[in-house]
Design a protein around this ligand. Structure first.
Ligand code: NAP
Length: 246
């Protein structure tokens, strides 16, 4: 079997109803995985796309990370080999005005839920001796950004936790890595793309000369979930059209 195949594996993708998560769920099914598409709303569109590309029926699972412990019992009674922590939110306001509510909401979904979902996954996967975790980080795991303090703090945290978990679990058969997407055309960046000045400034700095597409991230996620990446541990891989090289 190809080292890039996910055949015989089951993958759970969070926030799989739209954007990057949807593209990852579909790409993993295309690579041979049985996919559990989780969202706080139904993932019918994603399941239809999975059926179309793979001929297999995906499964849907409701997980709302407004409760950061929402996934605590998900892994105990079913073998899941691959976990993709993609669900994430962003809140924009000047740092001097930023509210506690916008701090807590983002930290809960992007960081606290991510850690405790990884913990629940690891408790089930470590005894089996294999598992793959792919976390979705951001360019704001490396850079400061503007008007997004809780998002930046959460994504720096995702990079740090990815390395910590890799350190603890690498020798026990789990790989933990992250992808730092550049500027991708999804709901998350709608406000930026709607602002002609910001949009132009961003595009001018991307060496590839275009915004990223969800599929650009999805193929990297397949790689980090496949045997081909077994010796990659604690990496935060930027997939950004060259933005950070600039
Ligand atoms: P998106 O289209 O807004 O997708 C975000 C996903 O997270 C949606 O499925 C959303 O569900 C889900 N979500 C939000 N709150 C949730 C909650 N409480 N419980 C469960 N799921 C929740 O944006 P995206 O760009 O695809 O974002 C996916 C990931 O990529 C995020 O972690 C984001 O930070 C990261 N990222 C994106 C970019 C970019 O340029 N787009 C760049 C760097 C990193 P609903 O549809 O129900 O809201």
């Amino acid at each position: 079997m190809s080292a890039f195949s996910l055949e015989g594996r089951t993958a759970l993708v969070t926030g799989a109803n739209t954007g990057i998560g949807q593209a990852i769920a579909v790409a993993m099914a295309e690579a041979g995985a049985d996919v559990i598409a989780s969202g706080r709303r139904d993932c019918d569109e994603t399941l239809a796309m999975i059926g179309k590309v793979s001929g297999r029926a995906g499964r849907s699972l409701t997980l709302d990370f407004a409760d950061p412990m929402a996934a605590r019992d998900v892994f105990a009674d079913q073998p899941i080999d691959i976990l993709v922590n993609n669900a994430g939110i962003i809140r924009r306001d000047d740092a001097v005005d930023f509210s506690e509510a916008d701090w807590d909401a983002v930290m809960d979904v992007n960081l606290k839920a991510l850690f405790f979902t990884c913990q629940a996954f690891a408790r089930a996967a470590l005894p089996r001796g294999h598992g793959k975790i792919v976390n979705i980080a951001s360019l704001l795991s490396f850079q400061g950004g503007i008007r997004v303090p809780s998002y930046t703090a959460s994504k720096h945290g995702v990079a740090g936790l990815t390395k910590l978990m890799a350190n603890e679990w690498a020798a026990r058969g789990l790989t933990v890595n992250a992808i730092a997407p550049g500027y991708i055309e999804t709901n998350n960046t709608e406000a930026l793309r709607a602002d002609p000045d910001r949009s132009r400034a961003i595009l001018d700095r991307i060496p590839a000369g275009r915004w990223g597409r969800p599929e650009d991230i999805a193929q990297t996620a397949v790689f980090l979930a496949a045997p081909a990446s077994d010796y990659i541990n604690g990496a935060v891989l930027n997939v950004d059209g060259g933005w950070l090289a600039r």
